[in-house]
Ligand binder design. Sequence first.
Ligand SMILES: [Zn+2]
Ligand SMILES: [Zn+2]
Length: 152
Amino acid sequence: MTNHCPKCQSHELYYSAGAPVGRMNRIYKAGIVTYVVCRECGYAEGYLLNPFDRMNVSNEWDMVKEVNFEAFEKREMLPVSMMDNRCPACGERDIRQSMITDALSIADSLVATLTHLVCLNCGHVEKYVLSEDDREAIAEHWTRTSRPPTRE
Ligand SMILES: [Zn+2]
Ligand SMILES: [Zn+2]
């Protein structure tokens, strides 16, 4: 367990437990994703915190190691952010940023803009809350956490 952002090392991490559940929080046949957002750089990552959701995944989904053994063996994730045009999964520098963004619920009738970044070489995806105003609202409405977060 760490208490800093894997991209910028900031300790200002907040999680969405207790926030309204929107489209970005749902994974089909899995459950509700809780987001951890870094106030400093906006890096957003998701967690299935409910053990029952993880039991669903255990029953319904395939094992990564079995279905994708080659990718699993390849190499460790690099300590880089896609915002610096470098892929943490494959190391290549051909990152694209979505022009159309998704809405991540912060509180009632308050949403953050979620931007997806994709590596054109390997397909790895990262998500960021790029607006400083959005990140301020998150810090105001969400609870400080470490990573991985624990269920409230
Ligand atoms: Zn950060
Ligand atoms: Zn890549």
